[in-house]
Design a protein around this ligand. Sequence first.
Ligand SMILES: Nc1ncnc2c1ncn2[C@@H]1O[C@H](COP(=O)(O)OP(=O)(O)O)[C@@H](O)[C@H]1O
Ligand SMILES: [Mg+2]
Length: 233
Amino acid sequence: MFDFRNGKPLKVLLIPKGLSHAATSFVESLKINSISEKARRNRRVVIKRRNVYGVRAADLINFYFRAAAIPIRYLSEVREWRRWEARCFQMLNGDRFRAKVRDSRTVTLDKLPGENLWDHMNRGTLTPRMLKAAGSEYRRAHHFKDEEFGSGWSHGDASMTNVIYNEKTGRARLIDFEIRHEKSLPATARHADDLLVFLLDLVSRVSSRQWIRFAICFLRAYGDAAVIRPTWP
Ligand SMILES: Nc1ncnc2c1ncn2[C@@H]1O[C@H](COP(=O)(O)OP(=O)(O)O)[C@@H](O)[C@H]1O
Ligand SMILES: [Mg+2]
């Protein structure tokens, strides 16, 4: 798999300095936002609210990201976060679902039907079909051109908790846009990092035999050889 961190193979990257996966797990443990669910008219919505101490905590996390040469940034400024969260959600899910900025600290998102893949994995209900759906969705998402990056869009926090799978439609959708890759990174590197972060969630929980099978399903559905191709010497 392509790796912008000196072209090291995947196994060398499992506990490295500068790994977005470990970094985002650390960030998630800090809980800068609160999430709640409500009924609005006849739809269910998820309300995501930035906590009061969120800006300072996010700045501190960004300091750590920089110091550790991790190429992602937390959107610490509340206005910028609100705009990016709502914009990415609309861009990817706006065919059926809506996102709205409600007040200075809050974004309201339609609740996507289904469950996130991390919960499926922990319950033992993860299937190859779900991995294929996730791979296809990442491929689709990476094809959006974004003015912020000047090239293909990338997630920046591509963990399994941020992929919602709908059993009825067999479709996966992406959520959670509060971390962004460094703009200076080329699109291929950002895209490979998204795939790596997702796959490292898998490797942490399933048996090695199953991991290979699931990883192949995910990568085949993603299908872009330029991003997947190994670059180690
Ligand atoms: N629009 C949504 N539809 C369905 N579930 C959601 C939605 N937004 C959040 N969730 C659920 O809430 C969890 C946390 O939301 P997320 O936006 O990922 O915030 P955090 O920054 O805490 O990771 C997700 O893993 C998902 O299970
Ligand atoms: Mg999340």
